[in-house]
Design a protein around this ligand. Structure first.
Ligand code: SF4
Length: 346
């Protein structure tokens, strides 16, 4: 059976090529074709000897995902991919003023169980492989015909629950031998699982990329109600890890906060959040995301006045806070909905 070449980090691929009887520099040539030039046919890799191209084509494949649907909104495009074993994976391309951001998935489903998330309804089906993560980037870039500057691990799944595959995908994204994206343009967003966060803080590849943490509530009790994982990953301990997290100068950790009407959106909640961050306000910024209603979920979006009052309280307390509306929301609905709709249809 063929393997996916995109499952290997650059060094690993060099070793693999050596096992196959090629010089390591042949791996670097192949990486250039795949990642820099976007070529997906071994026979077109013209600086490799003919026999090597034939041997690579016998041994490797490049694209584990098949594009099955594409939905366009004015400011976003949602891609639905099918894995070889029939699972559906969502990837969203966001159109910013002068660049594109790709929101990639890291798992099929998710077992974190956030009560405001459509993806959580299925539980976890499986982790995505490194090749399946990287292929989301390669295929969308090809469809777009332009480079994509930013990548956020904010699609389906909890990236830190699939640590090794996500780490290798990040390595391929930032390596000058592969996609060569800026470390500052990659963001890993986690629900706050403490053990892999500690690992990430010491990991030479992972600690260089941006960290976003889905916080969503300012107290243990409220957070536990929205995110059951808080029971095993208590909020005070999570905040301690974040306050000690190594950051280079001028970088901050983003706290993502989905504002849900009458659940976590009061001025009192904002004051509790200020208390939680304490004297570390310069280390964090807050993204306030008004909840995007979904027919499957029992929550509502707060009125704009409440969103603004929440934001004002944070700014007055010295904590930077920005309101972000989910792009393409009117077309796609909440996270996981396109996939959910398709599943029902098939
Ligand atoms: S919000 Fe993210 S972490 Fe929470 S259940 Fe949904 S996909 Fe998982």
């Amino acid at each position: 059976m063929k393997e996916f070449l995109t499952n290997y980090a650059p060094k690993e691929l060099e070793r693999k090529f050596e096992e196959l009887g090629f010089e390591p520099y042949r791996a670097r040539q192949a990486l250039k074709w795949v990642y820099a030039k976007g070529v997906d046919d071994f026979s077109l890799m013209t600086d490799l000897p003919k026999e090597a191209r034939a041997k690579l084509a016998e041994r490797f494949e490049l694209h584990p995902l098949e594009l099955v649907e594409k939905v366009e909104a004015p400011d976003a495009v949602k891609y639905l991919f099918k894995t070889r074993d029939g699972h559906l994976v969502e990837t969203v391309l966001l159109k910013e003023r002068d660049h594109y951001t790709l929101c990639v998935s890291s798992q099929v489903g998710c077992n974190v169980g956030c009560s405001f998330c459509a993806t959580a309804l299925d539980g976890l089906l499986r982790n995505l492989s490194t090749a399946e993560i990287v292929d989301q980037y390669l295929q969308v870039r090809k469809d777009l015909g332009e480079p994509i500057r930013n990548v956020v691990f904010m699609g389906m799944g909890e990236p830190l629950a699939n640590y090794e595959n996500v780490r290798r995908a990040v390595e391929l994204m930032v390596s000058p031998k592969a996609l060569n994206l800026s470390k500052r343009r990659i963001t890993v967003s986690t629900s706050g699982i403490i053990a892999p966060l500690k690992k990430m803080a010491k990991d030479p590849v992972m600690k260089e990329v941006n960290l976003a943490v889905s916080l969503n509530a300012p107290t243990q009790e409220k957070r536990e109600a929205l995110m059951p994982l808080t029971r095993l990953n208590p909020l005070p301990e999570l905040m301690k890890v974040l306050k000690e997290y190594p950051l280079s100068p001028y970088r901050r950790i983003t706290l993502e906060y989905v504002l849900i009407k009458d659940v976590n959106d009061s001025v009192q909640d904002a004051k509790e959040l200020l208390k939680l961050v304490g004297k570390h306000k310069k280390k964090f910024k807050v993204n306030l995301i008004p909840f995007n209603p979904s027919p499957e979920l029992p929550y509502e979006r707060p009125p704009l006045e409440r969103v603004m009052a929440f934001q004002k309280t944070l700014w007055e307390g010295g904590l930077s806070a920005f309101v972000r509306f989910s792009k393409g929301a009117e077309v796609f609905g909440a996270c996981g909905q396109l996939r959910a709709k398709r599943k029902v249809c098939m």
